[in-house]
Design a binder for this molecule. Structure first.
Ligand code: ZN
Length: 158
C-alpha cells in the first residue's frame, strides 16, 4: 500500500492502487494547485505525470500514455469512450458512460449507487469511491457488471 500525500483527494487511493497493481494503464486525478508536488511524488514512484491548467494530472508507467490521455481529455467534443479506454475501464462501462455523456455521469453514478449490490458485486459499489475505499475507480455500467467485478476481484486478491 502506497502512502498518499495529504494534498491528494481520498479517492486517489483507489486510482493509484489500481495503477500500482497493474490493473489500469493510467489514472486521472484532480490535484488542484499541487501539480509540481504531484510530479515530484510520481517521479519517486517511477511513474510519469502529465498535468493541465485545470488541475488534472494523469499518472502512468508510460510518459506517452499519460500525455495521450490528457490530450484526449482536452479535445473538443465527446471523448468518453477513448478516454475510458486509456484509463483501462471495461468497454461495457465506457459505452454506458458515453450514452449519458460527461454531463450525465454523476447522475448515472447516483442511479447505480442506489441499487442493491449483492455477493461478489458488493466490491463494485461506487458509493465508497469518494472516501477512497472503493475497489474500482469508474462508474460500473450496472450493479451486476461482470467486467467490473472481475477487476475488483483481481485487486482484492493481491
Ligand atoms: Zn460494465
Amino acid at each position: 500500500m502506497t502512502l498518499l500525500p495529504p494534498w491528494l483527494p481520498p479517492s486517489a487511493a483507489t486510482d493509484i492502487g489500481l495503477l500500482v497493481d497493474g490493473l489500469k494503464p493510467a489514472v486521472r486525478i484532480h490535484v488542484g494547485d499541487n501539480r509540481l508536488e504531484m510530479r515530484r511524488w510520481a517521479r519517486r514512484l517511477g511513474l510519469f505525470t502529465s498535468t493541465d491548467r485545470d488541475g488534472y494530472a494523469v499518472l502512468s508507467r508510460s510518459g506517452v500514455a499519460s500525455r495521450r490521455a490528457l490530450d484526449i481529455d482536452r479535445r473538443p467534443g465527446r471523448h468518453t469512450i477513448a478516454l475510458g479506454r486509456m484509463l483501462g475501464y471495461p468497454e461495457c462501462c465506457n459505452r454506458a458512460a458515453a450514452r449519458v455523456g460527461d454531463e450525465g455521469i454523476d447522475a448515472l453514478c447516483d442511479d447505480i449507487a442506489a441499487r442493491r449490490f449483492r455477493g461478489r458485486f458488493r466490491a463494485i459499489d461506487p458509493g465508497a469511491y469518494a472516501a477512497g475505499r472503493a475497489a474500482i475507480s469508474h462508474v460500473p455500467c450496472s450493479h451486476t457488471c461482470i467486467a467490473s467485478a472481475a477487476m475488483a476481484e483481481r485487486r482484492v486478491g493481491c
